[in-house]
Design a protein around this ligand. Sequence first.
Ligand code: GLN
Length: 479
Amino acid sequence: MELCEITATELSRMLRKKEVSSVEITNSVLRRMEERERELNAFITVTGGIALRQAAIADRALQATKGMPSLAGIPMAIKDNICTRGIRTTCASRMLEGYVPAYDATVVRRLRKAMTVLMGKTNLDEFGMGSSTENSAFGHTRNPINKDYVAGGSSGGSAAAVAAGEAVFAIGTDTGGSIRLPAAFCGLVGMKPTYGRISRYGIVAYASSLDQVGCLTRSVEDCAMVMESLCGHDKRDSTSAPLASPQLVENLQTGVKGIKIGLPAEYFVKGLDPSIERSVMNAVSIIRSSGAEIKQISLPHTPYAVSCYYLIATAEAGSNLARYDGVKYGYRADESCKDIASMYEETRSRGFGKEVKRRIMLGTYVLSSGYYDAYYAKAQKVRTLIREDFEKAFREVDCILTPVSPTPPFKIGERIDDPLAMYLADIYTVALNLAGLPGITLPCGKADGLPLGFQIIGRAFDEATILRVGYVYEKNSGS
Ligand code: GLN
């Protein structure tokens, strides 16, 4: 196995024992990028020079100091909708093509403090809008397991990078499934924490009441380790919960005896691919034999989740993206414009891609007077019902197990002209964002050589339990 393919946990142990240096690991990742990046297009910006400098600094610190952060010297990648000081942050949009932030997002600051090594900024669906990383102004990302297939989205570049060995772990964002879907499509562990668990300061807003930062990793232990370094209160984000970072790695060993896990009837219905149902049920039986109790539950408002999500997400997106007017940020079309109104119009027509325009139009429509009550206000009511479904379920069970995607990874180009088919990829992931709950996805086998995944949903701020269940599954499934 090459260094670039090893887990962060194992590399961290090797670094501490001086069996390897961070510069060696980084060089292994850079070699892999040379072999595969042209084909995969996982990155929008590669920061090889920065990476080698950071790796050398980490090596010196690891030599000199005991008790270094566990992620010190580990190469990672960051989704390109997360602000990095001095490194362009494009959101995969023409609109922000040349935008270089003057500050770091809080998560970036935390990763710098942990002395991680930045390999680059990863590709995504423009502003996070999509499920396949095909809606990028910088070209689509390919799935490293089979390059004819999508890597999922919108954090598809982050997923492809980790799966291909172009980063050891990656940071993504998840508004309706954008970490969990690509993690499942690329055979990785992906976590979206509770809303408020990780600071959103410096994350380019898509739908602010749904957006969360999280990570894509090669193992559950890696996920716990990365989460620990990202979590914790941040006074710069008013929605950040006033809680210290939880002890997640330590808690992994606790086992699952006595834990009650619910299987929602509404998630195992017509439309779920039989290969996914089989592998998810296989994961259920592994977890059951490890000592957990499995119960059937109901989340009755599930069928409304996708419609509810696409009303709220587009309404918020329409408002958030109003700031890109050619005046304050990024791209401006000013050559042929005779007045300010035509400058706005030209800037937005040329700067945004097709899907982003579709979302802005939908969002403007659902917020317009006359339709506000019928769509936006109604969706907010349905959101409350969805949250209440989970509250009721969590009186009976400690976590909930579901599929991640109704189908295995799909081919590049297959759904790009059919927005509804694309939106349906999110059917099992969006309810969590609407309810603000944490979810983790884990790989559970393959169909025709392509990875499949399942999801474990937890109570608010109880990432520890879903990680524990995931850890037991990973150990006992031999993956
Ligand atoms: N696919 C969903 C959307 O397009 C979710 C995207 C995300 O989580 N950023 O809105």
